[in-house]
Design a binder for this molecule. Structure first.
Ligand SMILES: [Zn+2]
Ligand SMILES: [Zn+2]
Length: 359
């Protein structure tokens, strides 16, 4: 018989788990593997609350194995390193994002794109190489292969940096890969949540002109005054849309609800690229005319590889980019999830893990 989560590994750990699709999170005793030769063990200090966590605790994608401890925007401090660890020493500030493993030998892994490996092991709700389940960062400690850990630059505050490990890399990677990072370019950002607000900050730091595209007129002041966007486009206003046709080199589309991508494709210049990073539940509608005329690209992107995640953090450190956060304790977590479901957060909840997990 399989051992219980509390007994399967030698290191005692405490997390907050959802035990069924009600999604209610409560304290949960489990265990972590002993620190292996290439592993770092670290005390979790902060963990961001990503929208994926909310989907997963309620089994909204239909793939959740309960109990689940979510959390994949994790920062902490190294407490132990295995004998063959090269990148980290005890006391280092460390970050872990959406992945904790991959095959390390396929084409994607060889190209530093572990995020596209067919055998990616995700930080939670995945199966580790030893056959046990992975548990995420809503927990007091983690053990991870050093390849899947990154250094947090010294000048970045740990709490507001945590969300960069998912939200940050999710928008940084497509800006770079699709060549939308050249000064003078014009990039649209659709949706002003956790991903969108990070996209505005990274694109501005790259020297790009940024237009926030939204259905909520109330977000205009936020977008321009708080986040530094250059322009705001109300997508429900035909006059504003008409004036913006054929003006953008690219668009980062963070929206996970159903919406018209054909309207967005029309905003692109010839050769423009619309990159989806959100995940609407149902298929989107695209008429061939929308991409054929103007030789446009409808594309997607999913987080980023480990090398690029470190590069993203170093870029953030250079340009002082962090997420706008609301710091919470575990006793507020269920309420925070209810607010997140209504998009009532600017722009990311981050859990003060070390100061509230045992209390
Ligand atoms: Zn995430
Ligand atoms: Zn691979």
């Amino acid at each position: 018989m399989a051992k219980s989560p509390e007994e399967e590994h030698p290191i005692k750990a405490l997390g907050w788990a959802s035990r069924d699709k009600s999604g209610v999170l409560a304290p949960f005793k489990f265990s972590r593997r002993a620190t292996g030769v290439k592993d770092v063990q670290f005390k979790v200090l902060y963990c961001g609350v990503c929208h994926s966590d909310l989907h997963s605790i309620k089994n909204e994608w239909g793939n959740t194995s309960f109990p689940i401890i979510p959390g994949h925007e994790i920062v902490g401090v190294v407490t132990e390193v295995g004998p063959k660890v090269e990148k980290f020493k005890v006391g280092d500030k460390v970050g872990v994002g959406c992945m904790v493993g991959s095959c390390r030998s396929c084409h994607s892994c060889a190209s530093h794109e572990e995020n596209y490996c067919p055998k990616t092991i995700f930080t939670y709700n995945s199966i580790n190489v030893d056959g046990t389940k992975t548990y995420g960062g809503y927990s007091d400690l983690m053990v991870v292969d050093e390849h899947f850990a990154v250094h947090i630059p010294e000048n970045l505050p740990l709490d507001a940096t945590a969300p960069l490990l998912c939200a940050g890399i999710t928008v940084y990677s497509p800006l770079k890969f699709y060549g939308l990072d050249k000064p003078g370019m014009h990039v649209g950002v659709v949706g002003l949540g956790g991903l969108g607000h990070a996209a505005v900050k990274f694109a501005k730091a790259m020297g790009v002109k940024v237009t926030v595209i939204s259905t909520s007129p109330g977000k205009k002041t936020e977008a321009i005054e708080r986040l530094g966007a250059d322009e705001f486009l109300l997508s429900s206003d035909p006059a504003q849309i008409g004036a913006a046709l054929n003006t953008m080199d690219g668009i980062i589309d963070t929206v996970s609800a159903m919406h018209s991508v054909m309207q967005l494709l029309a905003l692109l210049k010839t050769n423009g690229k619309l990159v989806l990073v959100g995940l609407p539940e149902k298929p989107l509608e695209v008429h061939a005319f929308s991409v054929v005329g103007g030789r446009k690209t409808l594309a997607g992107s999913c987080i980023g590889g480990m090398k690029e995640t470190q590069e993203m953090l170093d870029f953030a450190a250079k340009h002082n980019i962090t997420a706008d956060i609301e710091l919470i304790k575990f006793d507020y977590l269920n309420e925070a999830m209810a607010r997140l479901a209504k998009a009532d957060v600017k722009y990311r909840f981050v859990i003060d893990v070390a100061n509230s997990i045992g209390k």
